[in-house]
Design a protein around this ligand. Sequence first.
Ligand SMILES: [Zn+2]
Length: 224
Amino acid sequence: MKKWIAGLALAGLVGIGGAHAQTYLGFRLLDFGGLYVRWGGSSSEPVVVTYAFADREVAFDDARNCGSMVPVGDMLAHSGISKTAFFEEVRTAFDMWERVANIRFEAAADGAKPGILIGAQADPVGYAYADVKYVKDGTGTTRQIDRSLICLNPMKRWKVGFDGNLAVYDLRYTIAHEIGHAIGLDHPEPHGQLMSMRYQESFRSLQAGDVSGAVRIYGERMVR
Ligand SMILES: [Zn+2]
């Protein structure tokens, strides 16, 4: 029985009461000691979040889980997966969330600081993590996300698609799960959602609770 390593230990340790209150909804919001997080303000315009891939070793002293990241090339080579296939899986994972909620994801311009940075762990541990940094200042109970990191363990084997082997994770499923964290969602209980803690291969798309969670934070998708 494989479990997602608790990638957001801080969020996982607080707000237990809230977690139980939200269990019925099939989702759980990241809860930083009573503060929830989201990208952008509360305007009705779709929030646009940029993303990029680590193109060199980068360190984040303030990151709990993805403190040092390297490009994904060696990781993909180790699993026999092409970069083209990887980028397609990542884009498909972003599209899953984009289709259901009022949030958009765009590749960051060259040299621009991305909202979400994706890479391989320099110090491999677990399977995959997300790390969310939010703006401390603000009023009320919601804070704006400043930066999210998604890091994968390059020593694990990865795959594209399901084959029943729960020791080798599907990239699309894994990235979509970590994107859920990167936009403000935690693990609901007990399982049955893509955001659930345990890796499973019975579905490869967002489930009802995942959709409800994204809509709770960003609103329903608006057609431009
Ligand atoms: Zn997780």
